[in-house]
Design a protein around this ligand. Sequence first.
Ligand code: XMP
Length: 518
Amino acid sequence: MKHELVIVLDFGGQYNQLIARRVRENSVYCEIKSYKTPIEEIRALSPKGIIFTGGPNSVYDPASPHISKEIFELGVPILGICYGCQLMAYTLGGAASACEKSEYGKIDVTIDNRESLLFRDIPQHSIVWMSHTDYVSRLPEGFEASAHSADCPTAAFENAEKKLYSVQFHPEVTHSEYGKEILRNFLYNVCECSGDWVMDDFIESTVARLREQIGDRKVVLGLSGGVDSSVAAGLLSRAVGSQLTCVFVDQGLMRKDEGDFVEKTFTKLFDMKFVRVNCQKQFLEKLKGVTDPEEKRKIIGREFYKVFWDKVREEADGGFFAQGTIYPDRIESGKGNEAGKGSTATIKTHHNMVEKPADIKFDGTIEPLGDLFKDEVRAVGERLGIPRELVWRQPFPGPGLGVRIIGEITEDKIKVLQEADAVFRDEIRKSGIESELRQFFAVLPDVKTVGVMGDHRTYDHLIAIRAVTTDDFMTADWARIPYDVLARISNRITNEVEHVNRVVYDITSKPPGTVEWE
Ligand code: XMP
């Protein structure tokens, strides 16, 4: 089934994915495209509407992203946001200038055009999120201002006849009180979308498409137990059942009982061939005596893919290779900053990239979630009946507990950390604050400290606990867990976990710390 499409044209702003998610939340399918996309390509996609994103530049900077005037002649409704709003004015013959007073943060805005389709049913006064140092100082011919703020006479403007609308503020962020409604008005009142993007239809049409594509051939999927590969497995199982083989590599560095839980879920609830490879011993062998964090990451990554591809080689029988790639993994950014590429220092080597060895042949690769955002993946997972523990699982690093055991990794240390982590998670769950935390886990530093138990001196492990709140993991704040919850966690870990005599709470934000300790 072909869905109505809205294009989010990316000019390098920081909220671009958020705009796309907001559009999808309104049941309208959209895709992010670079501002460099040729006009013919855009025309061929027959979009119902186009949204210009914000961007970090000034429209007068020759190096900043520009767009050909032709886009305004497609007859497709356009909404310009922030930089996109200035670009619309500038390209159509208006002008932008530096603000006398920049607006940043929550700003009062007044709607002047009560007839505007964009502002239908929106109160005349509301709060919006602004972040700009330039503003539109002269409107192009045929346009009129439709909203203002104290310092910006053109907080919104439009040419209703041509269906061109612009807002200087960011309707996509939740700080804009009626932002969601304004976007909805654009999609439904201006673009006249019908709202045909719903997850039940997605499942039905994807299952039908997968069945047709796969026919009676086989599919092999790498299942990690993370959200994306679990949901991909659920969808593929619904489509082709036992033609699907899931390869699950348990390197022995998962959380307590996690491997068993994944196995139970997929063997009991879904029709598929489930292949689990237990290889903790092999990993520990390779990691013996290794203490350097980067070295550990590299060994774990290398071994993981070796074991994984060896098993896939055994299971592959022509057919398809499937992976849980999701939409944000595929988006090309419109930031015109190619020069900066590759110049950021390696903080940590992530090893999530799957490179298939050349000798394993498949008829093709399938990415059933390739068009979905994470929240949509979760919605699909819930509808498929995948347990909440998997659908709402926190991010878990590829190297697993390997980067949470500081120094050399041993079997004993893995057990200590798994037990302590399980107690921590249990207490957070019971305390009712789980949904406020984006990630929380225990760490086993390479430290022993003196303690006292009864009349005896002890010299044993220290456990650190880490809990963070964050929007995007680029920055994070340590979570203010209530003292009484911390007290219970500490009490239980020192009482229940053998060889732990001390618990500390990590109160470092990111930066300067990272979320993980290694
Ligand atoms: P850091 O420690 O870099 O973590 O602040 C940010 C987020 O990334 C996760 N993380 C990883 N995820 N493979 C992954 O898939 C990795 O190697 C890896 N290292 C860190 C971390 O758990 C946090 O959510």
